[in-house]
Design a protein around this ligand. Structure first.
Ligand SMILES: NC(=O)c1ccc[n+]([C@@H]2O[C@H](COP(=O)([O-])OP(=O)(O)OC[C@H]3O[C@@H](n4cnc5c(N)ncnc54)[C@H](OP(=O)(O)O)[C@@H]3O)[C@@H](O)[C@H]2O)c1
Length: 332
């Protein structure tokens, strides 16, 4: 089958024929119809995740899939051939930039009826990130004040909608041209990050979802109320993450050092900092799907590309300037 492969880190993606996926007893073989692009794909291609996710090369890239079930393993109970499904496969088993992929049943969910396959392919990674940040870690409740950075981006566009649904007052940062767009998604307060300093405008927030890191994260700590929480998805990683990943003691120490300063700053302000690295979860994806079916969350697709143009799509993603997600599509 055709697939886009990382042969060597920091080299262009290569389209080539690769072996068919092996379908285990608990796996579902999916014909890929749409695959969303994520900044993570580009970071993996560049080798930036080689320590955290030690893939063996060549690697079929791609973290999001929507498609149709071809066949299922012997132990699979919830899916049948012909089902429309979507997933962010487990980090150890990515490879959605291909004609077919085998996905563990536990990572899959049924595509919401009211959306297209392209829209479904745009959702899993960003929707799960958002769910894990706002529901699982953030425990957002009605009346909470939540700051979502980069509200016009792939993660931000879904996070605004979910935070709003959970009953929060939502502030977001976006460029002026995206102000109306993020308001339509549900943002109450929009800060133009190019001309305004969000830390000078906002205070008393319960939660910040930071997707930028660096100075942005540092400033984000100052808008929190005492006891508030900043969740960073662009790093730096923290010791709890290193533990969960099962890293060796040396790597754990190195990871702890990366976030020592920001954790100390948070401590001083009486707030907390946590790093989130999203994980595959079909049950959570089904919860998101129910919100999509109820009209509460809508996917935001900026542009689609035919499969052959995947390298261009990845370059466009890195270049920015899009609202929501970029998706590649595959024909039958
Ligand atoms: N740890 C995890 O599990 C995880 C999961 C998902 C994503 N991530 C990471 O999170 C980051 C964002 O991902 P994404 O998919 O949302 O990326 P994306 O779709 O490329 O989003 C880019 C957005 O960032 C906005 N932006 C750029 N500079 C900004 C600034 N200084 N302040 C506010 N907004 C700014 C842009 O807004 P304008 O167009 O308005 O300028 C653009 O809409 C990436 O680094 C990604 O790797 C991590």
């Amino acid at each position: 089958m055709r697939a886009f492969v990382v042969e060597k880190y920091a080299q262009p993606l290569v389209q080539q024929e690769v072996p068919e996926p092996e379908v285990g007893e608990g796996d579902v073989l999916v014909r890929v119809e749409a695959a969303g692009l994520n900044q993570l794909d580009e970071k993996i291609r560049l080798g930036e995740f080689a320590q955290i996710l030690p893939y063996r090369l060549p690697l079929v890239l791609g973290n999001d899939v929507a498609g149709t079930v071809i066949r299922v393993g012997r132990l699979v109970q919830r899916f049948r051939p012909g089902d429309r499904v979507f997933a962010r496969p487990d980090a150890a088993r990515i490879g959605t930039f291909a004609e077919r992929i085998a996905v563990a049943e536990s990572d899959l969910a049924i595509v919401p009826e009211r959306i297209s396959m392209v829209e479904a392919g745009s959702l899993p990674l960003v929707a799960l990130t958002t769910w894990q940040a706002l529901v699982e870690r953030g425990n957002v409740q009605p009346g909470h004040r939540v700051l979502i950075h980069a509200g016009a981006g792939g993660v931000g566009a879904i996070a605004i909608q979910l935070a709003r649904h959970l009953g929060a007052t939502v502030a977001t940062t976006a460029s002026a041209a995206n102000s109306d767009f993020v308001r339509e998604l549900g943002a109450d307060i929009v800060i133009d990050y190019r001309s305004e300093d969000f830390a000078a405008v906002l205070s008393g927030y319960d939660l910040v979802l930071d997707s930028l890191g660096g100075e942005n994260l540092k400033k984000s700590l100052r808008v929190l109320r005492p006891g508030g929480k900043a969740i960073g998805i662009s790093g730096p990683p923290d010791p709890a993450f290193a533990r969960r990943q099962g890293m060796n003691p040396v790597l754990r120490l190195a990871i702890a050092a990366l976030s020592r300063r920001i954790r100390a700053q948070a401590n001083k302000l009486g707030v907390t900092y946590e790093f989130l690295f999203m994980r595959a979860d079909g049950e959570q994806l089904a919860e998101v799907a129910a919100l999509v079916d109820a009209g509460i969350i809508r996917p935001v697709v900026a542009k689609t590309y035919p499969f052959d143009r995947l390298p261009d799509a990845l370059a466009d993603l890195a270049g920015g300037g899009h609202r929501g997600k970029l998706v590649v599509t595959l024909d039958d």
